[in-house]
Design a protein around this ligand. Sequence first.
Ligand code: SAH
Length: 510
Amino acid sequence: MSQGNKGKVYLVGAGPGRADLITVRGAEVLKSADCIIYDKLANPALLNYAGADAEIIHVPKRIGGRSFTQEEINKLLIEKASSGKTVVRLKGGDPCIFGRGAEEAKILAEAGIDFEIVPGVTAAIAAAEYAGIMLTDRDYSSQVVFITGHEAEGKKDTNIDWHLLAKFRGTIVFYMAMGTLQFIAEQLIKNGMKDDTAVAVIADATMPTQRTTKAALRLIADKCKQEKIEPPAIVVIGNAADSDTKLSWFMKKPLFGKSIVVTRDRRGNADFAAKIIQQGGSPIDFTTLEIKPLTQTNKFLQTLSRLPDYDWIIFTSANGVNIFFDRLRDFDKDARVFASAKIAAIGRQTANRLAEFGTRPDFVSTIFTSKDLAKQLICFTNLQGKKVLLLRSQIASNELADLLQQAGAEVDNVPIYTAVTAKSDCAWLTEKISGGAIDWLTFASPSAAKGFLEQIQADLVNSSNVKVASIGPVTSEQLKNLGVKVDVQATEHTIDGLLDAIERSEKRKT
Ligand code: SAH
């Protein structure tokens, strides 16, 4: 083919499940894609990397609704790339391990379309390691084999060498084997493998829903049935499967498998959810607040032109920092607007966000209420006669301004955002809470508590098994006023502190 404006296709491995196991290269090409074609096993959270204008096409192969054949996917790849687009074909695990990436590469090569393969962490490796199973070990396994169980049953002309496998002195890993596990075990035993050979099955590997089941070869299929182990799952056969339970690091995390509802604004929830996933927990987004910038007002514009007049400028939250710098960008300005004014931040998180915009605060309070900031700032510097600008939420209390004024400062209080209540799917969450499917509700501000309890009944919260975690005394007070019993309160009034309080409570239980 000879047209000049040809696009390019990236065959990208999405990794085995959790979103942050994609490679750096994979994330990079996702950001640059005009069109992303992804299937069932690729974590949809990866689409957060996509640009706002990227076209997203979901191509499930079998599950309900529209189903795509491989031929249709091939056609789609050629069609999109031929129109000059940068296409990412996002596939679970590694694109070429039982993923038909090879087939796609071939048709692209034949069509003269430029392509690149971005490897991914394949399920066998991730599942084993997240279950504390070592596929190779100098003592018992110097070889590993990956096999598709899909090939196994009913295929007379199968190219699985059962007689060789049964004698294999290493680790055998089956993909797509849940439907044929009984047959696989029978074939191996029939061909001479010991029926008490160790087997481990790992389902939903790397996710908070990961499950592991172990049994002898002759019993494993029944055990999986009893325990209702569902695909996707990896089957590991051999000494490796008989691993030391001490090595099962992932499922031992204190928040492993816990369903934790996050109730902040959309962006705050995303930050919080990422931290929960790091601890093995399962975040559930229930947005209660929408942050609305107030930076279009005349008051803010006037303030902006007077920033160099201030001795101190105080940011009280990461939200405030985002909104302030978003607005600066509209005016093509940057941190130089502060001139020689000193900058203070409540808490490390606010300071870190400032740092992302190239600003290092002169002062960061270590504990995180307005009162703490005021006390610490007053100790740090003499505020007598100093001009202080407070950039913060409209719904915050006046405590901080009052305390600074009492210390002799001349305070300008400029609200740069407000939070309004946002509605989430309360029928769904009510059902989950009633059914005992939720472990924790988390509240990071009094307004989130209010927004939540406008949608979910306090009685339901109190009468169910769900536990309530609060970020600090002001939020706990609000929850109590709204009729909800607080189970744990963070010692350090930050998101990390909140998570820490939940972890400590979970550890006490075990
Ligand atoms: N290309 C993929 C494999 C696709 S075949 C890769 O490299 O991982 C689909 C099979 O992969 C599933 O049937 C299952 O055996 C395995 N698999 C994929 N994701 C998995 C997960 N999170 N946990 C366990 N097995 C998984």
